[in-house]
Design a binder for this molecule. Structure first.
Ligand code: AMP
Length: 285
């Protein structure tokens, strides 16, 4: 596996591969890799492309009171994991390499960036879209892989690529979970054993929501209320949002029609967890 923290070196390595006609696939991450990230890598490998993994904890997407400085990092452990999974090139730039000067140029995806996680984390998606566009310009991939764990992020990036005519195919990857249902996240290490147990309320209530819809419930508000009640009654979690939205554009809906996104963000202590499920509804019910 090749690895570099320099943009110029990375560009040379990618140019060599492109000259040989290789398709380039990018898996952008913030590191502290787990099985979710490794599944994205696996999917990228399956395409036969030259696989580039980036690891960069992007300060631009963290708010002033968020967990940028304590975000977990372990570059050498990550490097062995990506090497074992057959990645071709690891790009791990420093903050100075990515932001040599205070940045004044941003990429912003309107509307989609100000609801759900965007409402709770102002400026977050602008930070994400700006760094992802930088990575897209640096790596110039043909394919890029994003997890549906961050469903809104996936839609925001997809919209950015479409609006800006970027010649990149965005490939979504389903959420990878622990056996008991907890969605894998680098932030799970912050949970105490009690919080880790309580956090199961996320995946459990999503499963219950699906059952409620399959049993015939079509009111988005009623479903949200039911989920809020369940989360409040069965955990100490502090709800940030519980939303039932159109899964294609995140617009608000009154009636549940196919497909809907059920999205949750709940805080356990100082750790904010997100989870979601897309539910298909039979049209003629
Ligand atoms: P992060 O390092 O948290 O920025 O995540 C990097 C990529 O991995 C993003 O596209 C995430 O959506 C994806 N990802 C993180 N956790 C999971 C998971 N449990 N299942 C699927 N994809 C994930």
């Amino acid at each position: 596996m090749k690895r570099t923290s320099h943009i110029s070196e990375l560009r040379e390595m990618i140019a060599q591969e492109k000259n040989q006609g290789r398709v380039i696939a990018l898996v952008p991450t913030m590191g502290y890799l787990h099985r979710g990230h490794l599944t994205l890598i696996e999917r990228a490998k399956q395409t036969g492309a030259f696989v580039v993994v980036s690891i960069f904890v992007n300060p631009l997407q963290f708010g002033p009171n968020e967990d940028y400085s304590r975000y977990p990092r372990d570059l050498e452990r990550d490097a062995s994991l990506v090497e074992e999974s057959g990645v071709d090139l690891l790009f791990h730039p420093t903050t100075e390499e990515m932001y040599p000067r205070p940045i004044v140029t941003y990429v912003e995806v309107g509307q989609l960036d100000s609801m759900l996680c965007g409402a709770a984390r102002p400026g977050h998606f602008r930070g994400v879209t700006t760094v992802v566009s930088k990575l897209f310009h640096i790596v110039q991939p043909d394919l890029a892989f994003f997890g549906q764990k961050d469903y809104q992020q996936y839609l925001v990036i997809r919209r950015m690529v479409s609006d800006l005519n970027l010649p990149i195919k965005i490939c979504p990857v389903p959420i990878v979970r622990e056996e008991d249902g907890l969605a894998l996240s680098s932030r799970n290490v912050f949970l105490t054993p009690e919080q880790r147990q309580e956090a199961l309320i996320l995946s459990r209530s999503l499963n219950e929501a699906e059952e409620i819809i399959q049993a015939g419930e079509r009111s988005a508000r009623k479903l949200e209320t039911r989920l809020r009640e369940r989360i409040t009654q069965e955990s100490q979690g502090d709800i940030d949002y519980v939303e039932v939205r159109d899964a294609e554009d995140l617009s608000e809906i009154a009636d549940i029609k196919s497909p809907v996104l059920i999205a949750l963000a709940v805080r356990f202590g100082s750790t904010r967890l997100i989870d979601n499920k897309v539910v298909e509804v039979e049209r003629h019910v």
